[in-house]
Design a protein around this ligand. Sequence first.
Ligand SMILES: [Zn+2]
Length: 96
Amino acid sequence: MKQVNKFYKDPKWIAKRSRILKRDEYRCKECLRYGRSVAAATVHHVIPLDQRPDLKLNSDNLISLCNKCHDKMHDRTNNQLTKSGEDWVVRINRHK
Ligand SMILES: [Zn+2]
């Protein structure tokens, strides 16, 4: 966990994060699927950082989300992806 927290302070991440938000036009990608235009608050690692640290700065693995949708992607009780989170893994793999 300590390594992860350190990563979020990495200037490379901060720069990448703002590029992803810009790419996604500062809109939540999950809300957009339902036709809702909601301001993004965070950038989500589709394949979690601890599973694929090599993809931590890979644009294909990053999506902008609002806080509500981001909470929907992670099951905080066991630190695993939820069904919604897994759906995004399938979705990004399909585009390759
Ligand atoms: Zn959302």
